[in-house]
Design a protein around this ligand. Structure first.
Ligand code: ATP
Ligand code: LTN
Length: 329
C-alpha cells in the first residue's frame, strides 16, 4: 500500500486567531485531515521572537488548541502538540542554522518587515525561519498548508532540505507549500492593503474568532470600500470589495463569478449584510464548540499524547542529523 502523504501546519499563540488565520490555515487543515496524515501544533517558540506578555501568551496557548478542535480539527485524525514541549525542534533548529546563510535569512520578507517595527529586535526574529524549517523537516512532511505570507519560509525550508541531502545524503523529505486558491490572503477591513493580522494595531479591521456577533456585524458593515456601487472582483482597484468577496467565497465555497452574478443588482449594503450573515453563522458554530473544549480535561490528554508521539519521531530524526554532521559521541 502506498504510504499516506503528511501535512503539517502551526499557528502562533499571539492573540485570538482571526478570520484570516482560519481561512488561510485552519480550514485547509480541516479539509486535508481525511486524506493525509496530519500534524498541527502551536508555535509558541515562534511567538517569543517578538515581545509577549507572558500571562496572555500562556492563556492563548490552550485557547488556540481549543480553537483548533472547535474549528473541526479531529484529535483522532491529527497529531496535536505544543512546539515548546518537544525539545527536538530547538535542537534541530540549531543544526539547521549552521547550514543556513546569513544572506538567506536577511532576504526574508517577514524579517524585513517585523525588524523595522523595533530598534531592538531579537536574534530569534532573524533565525525564525530555521526553527520553522525544523518544525517541518523533523516529520518528513510532504505538504505545508499556509497563507501566502509564509510561502517564502517554506521555500527556504526546501532549499535547506536539498542542501543537507546533497551534502550528507538523503535525510529530509523536501516539502511543498499548499496555498488556497481563493481567499488566500484575507485583508484588514479598514485598511485592505494590509493583511488581516492578529497583532494589528487597529482592532476595527480584524475579525477574531472569539468576537461577539454584534461587533463582527458592525465591522463588516463599516468595512472600507470604493466609491462605486458594483460588487465586482478587482483586488487592484477595488481591494475592499474584493476582500469581502474572498471571505464570502471561502466560507460558502462559491466561485467568484458566481458571487458577482448573485449580487449584480445589489448595493454594497446588501452585499455586506450577506457577508456578515455568513461570517457570523460560521463563527457562532465555532464559539459554541470552543466553550465545550476549553472547559474539558480532554485537552490535556490530547496534548500529552501529541507530545509523546512527536518526541519519539523527532528524536530519531535529530539523532540522524547530528550523527551525519559528525557531532556527538
Ligand atoms: P501575527 O499578527 O502575530 O504575525 P498572524 O495573524 O499573521 O500573526 P500567524 O500565526 O503568523 O498569524 O499565522 C498563522 C497562519 O495563518 C499562517 O499560515 C498564515 O499564513 C495564515 N494567515 C495569517 N494571516 C492571514 C490572512 N490575513 N489571510 C490568510 N491567511 C493568513
Ligand atoms: N511561521 C508560521 C507558523 C509556523 C509554521 C511552522 C507554519 C511555525 N512553524 C511550520 C507551518 C509549518 C506563522 O507565523 N504563521
Amino acid at each position: 500500500m502506498e504510504k499516506r502523504k503528511k501535512v503539517l501546519t502551526g499557528l502562533q499563540p499571539t492573540g485570538v486567531i482571526t478570520l484570516g488565520n482560519y481561512i488561510g490555515a485552519i480550514k485547509q487543515m480541516v479539509q486535508y485531515q481525511d486524506e493525509y496524515e496530519s500534524y498541527i501544533f502551536v508555535a509558541d517558540m515562534h511567538a517569543i521572537t517578538v515581545p509577549q506578555d507572558n500571562k496572555a501568551l500562556h492563556e492563548n496557548i490552550k485557547s488556540l488548541i481549543a480553537l483548533y478542535l472547535a474549528c473541526g480539527i479531529k484529535p483522532e485524525k491529527n497529531t496535536i502538540f505544543i512546539q515548546s514541549e518537544n525539545e527536538y525542534h530547538a535542537n534541530l533548529s540549531w543544526l539547521l542554522e549552521c547550514n543556513t546563510y546569513f544572506g538567506e535569512l536577511s532576504r526574508m520578507h517577514q524579517f524585513k518587515e517585523k525588524s523595522k517595527k523595533s530598534e531592538n529586535f531579537t536574534a530569534g526574529l532573524f533565525t525564525y525561519p530555521a526553527l520553522m524549517a525544523a518544525d517541518i523537516l523533523l516529520y518528513d512532511i510532504d505538504y505545508v498548508p499556509v497563507g501566502i505570507d509564509q510561502k517564502q519560509h517554506v521555500e527556504l525550508t526546501r532549499d535547506l532540505a536539498q542542501r543537507f541531502n546533497n551534502k550528507y545524503g538523503e535525510t529530509f523529505v523536501v516539502p511543498e507549500p499548499l496555498i488556497t486558491v481563493t481567499g488566500t490572503k484575507i485583508m484588514d477591513l479598514v485598511n485592505p492593503d494590509k493583511k488581516m493580522s492578529k497583532s494589528a494595531e487597529n482592532p476595527k479591521g480584524v475579525i477574531k474568532l472569539l468576537e461577539d456577533s454584534e461587533s463582527i456585524r458592525k465591522k463588516i458593515m463599516s468595512a472600507t470600500t470604493d466609491s462605486e456601487t458594483l460588487v465586482k472582483y478587482n483586488p487592484e482597484t477595488k481591494p475592499g470589495i474584493s476582500n469581502l468577496i474572498n471571505i464570502y467565497s471561502a466560507l460558502t465555497d462559491k466561485k467568484i463569478p458566481e458571487i458577482e452574478e448573485k449580487f449584480a443588482s445589489s448595493n454594497y449594503g446588501t452585499f455586506k449584510r450577506e457577508v456578515a450573515d455568513v461570517v457570523i453563522e460560521e463563527i457562532e458554530k465555532i464559539q459554541e464548540k470552543y466553550r465545550e473544549y476549553i472547559e474539558s480535561s480532554k485537552l490535556d490528554d490530547i496534548l500529552d499524547e501529541g507530545r509523546e508521539k512527536t518526541r519519539k519521531i523527532a528524536k530519531a530524526k535529530w539523532e540522524e542529523v547530528r550523527s551525519k554532521m559528525g557531532i556527538g559521541r
